[in-house]
Ligand binder design. Structure first.
Ligand code: NAP
Length: 246
């Protein structure tokens, strides 16, 4: 259990982030449910945590904006005094073939998925270093390991997240802070809901376990990495993908 701990989960209004927020809330963590535009969905996530007996608040912040992240971290530290768990989950896709990919779509994906995680990690690490404890969990993707046609921007961002995770793990390990990544395969969320039925069939055919995963499958892995039981695990990429990439 994680009673008395404070967690920030970015992109927790929907999908995988929502499931992570619920899982951490269930374990007794005070959860800051971050979102960018979906205030009602974020409130619904916080309400669900409270209905299950947990504690939560919502917080609007575009993770691509460094100053907004600075305000988020300072506000949470000001009110809670500490941040024990940071889950960098916020992410977007802007898919296209390389030849047709606009610079704007490349930059947008890198800014949210990679720089967003850099912003919060940079800001939080200072407090975790002082605490001499902390858990940072970054959402990568199997696409960051194996690549995917039509997702050069997204794959670059997720490969970047993996490299950044390992570097931070080396920097922070001696102060009791672990930094790991989780690499989901295809998970049923709004993000994969955009895929056409043919692409879904082709994707499912590549998964040894035969189908898409659920947000809760990823949330359980994050819950474990956030726990005391995972105290000797750092710099790792845990695949939650039904065996898709091995
Ligand atoms: P999703 O259903 O599209 O939800 C994305 C979440 O990120 C939303 O809560 C959204 O908030 C938030 N977000 C987006 N841009 C943001 C920003 N600039 N600042 C703050 N929050 C922002 O996505 P998902 O499928 O749950 O994916 C979650 C993470 O898992 C992403 O990092 C994704 O790359 C990764 N992932 C997903 C899959 C999959 O199959 N679904 C596979 C591998 C990896 P708003 O609602 O407020 O916009």
């Amino acid at each position: 259990m994680l009673e008395g701990k404070t967690a920030i989960v970015t992109g927790a209004s929907r999908g995988i982030g929502r499931a992570i927020a619920l899982e951490l809330g269930k374990k007794g963590t005070y959860v800051v449910v971050n979102y960018n535009g979906s205030s009602e969905a974020a409130q619904e996530t916080a309400d669900a945590i409270q209905a299950a007996g947990g504690q939560a608040e919502t917080y609007q912040c575009n993770v691509a904006d460094y100053e907004a992240c600075e305000k988020l971290i300072n506000d949470v530290i000001g009110r809670r005094g500490r941040i024990d768990i940071l889950v960098n989950n916020a992410g977007i896709t802007r898919d296209n073939l390389l030849m047709r990919m606009s610079e704007e779509d490349f930059d947008a994906v890198l800014s949210t998925n990679l720089k967003g995680a850099f912003h919060t990690m940079r800001l939080v690490s200072r407090y975790m270093l002082k605490q001499r404890s902390g858990r940072i969990i970054n959402m990568a993707s199997v696409v960051g390991v194996a690549g995917n046609a039509g997702q050069a921007n997204y794959a670059a961002s997720k490969a970047g997240v993996i490299g950044m995770t390992k570097s931070a793990a080396k920097e922070l390990a001696s102060r009791g802070i672990t930094v790991n990544a989780v690499a989901p395969g295809f998970i049923e969320t709004d993000m994969t809901g955009k895929l056409g039925s043919k692409v879904r069939e082709q994707a499912a055919a590549q998964i040894p376990m035969g189908g898409f995963g659920k947000p809760e499958d990823v949330a359980k892995a994050v819950g474990f990495l956030a726990s005391d039981d995972a105290g000797y695990i750092t710099g790792q990429v845990l695949h939650v993908d039904g065996g898709m990439v091995m």
